[in-house]
Design a protein around this ligand. Structure first.
Ligand SMILES: O=P(O)(O)OC[C@H]1O[C@](O)(COP(=O)(O)O)[C@@H](O)[C@@H]1O
Ligand SMILES: [Mg+2]
Ligand SMILES: [Mg+2]
Length: 332
């Protein structure tokens, strides 16, 4: 089989794609380089000083791991010099990240979760980097937060790097979902999974069932429906890694559903844990491109207009059959 790189694939196989321009390919090239640097650190984590916590608490109120901070620094460092971004937003930074005056600017917003699945880092379990790209609509040098807070349906591209038993890039520019595997011997991501489509129905449900006592009655009904084996009902297996990027990747390839519902423990946090901008929107963009669905229980994730940078949202994502089942139960 001919070996096809990410940029080659974008230019050759998506010719009619308006994103096949110098600026977008530059952005993708820098992102890929940042991911290779992060992947190298992940692979050598036990040999480098990147395991454990930094001792700091981030804007999400969570412990910052050394690898979270490293990945965040690598992405900001590389991408602010790319000349094609007008601003960035990271799960680890409280505010929008402006491009310093000394670098030239462009028209894209990059929104990212530098290291997803932080609690799994020290156990050598799959983790990843999630990204989402939007266009700046107005022609100003200083984009406002309001300009960045676009609906997920306005993403021009989204994807993730998965640092698993192999390192992969899975992404979409709105023309299908394509997967590339890093060949460490040549240092390139090469096409391995063209045109990924999620099965219409799956056999796996994925959720942290330890939180069962903290769910409302409807949510309990939703999860119970995947355990219901009465006459004629399908049986499901339960799989939960605790890294969205890895749980989503399995769901995309095998089908089924991943869920992170709202939690009633804290009435001030009725929206679950996952972040709309950094986690739910990019995965929702990918799953729809692959023929699946993503909802918050009532509405399509990509239709939600964000009110703030670090907004959280309940997430039900996967094969159409299972996601529709969730919608039906919440509606009933
Ligand atoms: O431990 P919990 O509550 O099940 O949460 C797991 C979820 O939290 C996350 O780790 C949150 O992401 P970060 O690691 O980027 O903060 C997701 O990857 C995962 O789906
Ligand atoms: Mg995350
Ligand atoms: Mg993270």
């Amino acid at each position: 089989m001919r070996q096809i790189t990410v940029i080659e694939h974008l230019l050759l196989h998506q010719k009619e794609n308006p994103l096949a321009t110098g600026n977008f390919t530059r952005l993708l090239t820098e992102l890929i380089l940042a991911a290779k640097i992060i992947s190298r650190a992940v692979n050598k984590a036990g040999l480098m000083d990147v395991l454990g916590e930094t001792g700091e608490i981030n804007v999400q109120g969570e412990q910052v791991q050394k690898l979270d901070e490293f990945a965040n620094r690598v992405i900001i460092h590389r991408l602010q010099r790319s000349g094609v971004l007008c601003a960035m937003a990271s799960e680890e930074n409280a505010d929008i990240i402006e491009i310093p005056e000394k670098y030239s600017k462009g028209k894209y917003f990059l929104v990212f979760d530098p290291l997803d699945g932080s609690s799994n880092i020290d156990a050598n379990v799959s983790i990843g980097t999630i990204f989402s790209i939007y266009k700046q609509e107005k022609d100003t040098d200083y984009p406002t937060l309001g300009e960045l807070l676009q609906k997920g349906s306005q993403q021009v591209a989204a994807g993730y790097f998965l640092y698993g038993s192999s390192t992969m890039l899975v992404y979409s520019t709105g023309q299908g979902v394509h997967g590339f595997t890093l060949d460490p011997s040549v240092g390139e991501f090469l096409l391995s999974h063209p045109n990924i489509m999620i099965p219409k129905k799956g056999k796996i449900y994925s959720v942290n069932e330890g939180y069962f006592p903290f769910w409302d009655d409807k949510t309990k009904q939703v999860i119970a429906s995947f355990k219901d084996v009465s006459a004629g009902k399908s049986t499901y297996s339960l799989r939960y890694i605790g890294s969205l990027v890895a749980d989503f990747h399995r769901t995309l390839l095998y089908g089924g559903i991943f869920m992170y519902p709202k939690d009633c423990r804290d009435p001030k946090k009725p929206r679950g844990k996952l972040r709309l901008l950094y986690e739910a929107n990019p995965m929702a963009f990918l799953v729809e491109q692959a023929g699946g669905m993503a909802v918050d229980g009532e509405q399509r994730i990509l239709d939600i207009l964000p009110e703030e940078l670090h907004q959280r949202v309940p997430l039900f994502i996967g094969s159409a059959t299972e996601v529709k089942k969730v919608l039906d139960i919440y509606k009933s």
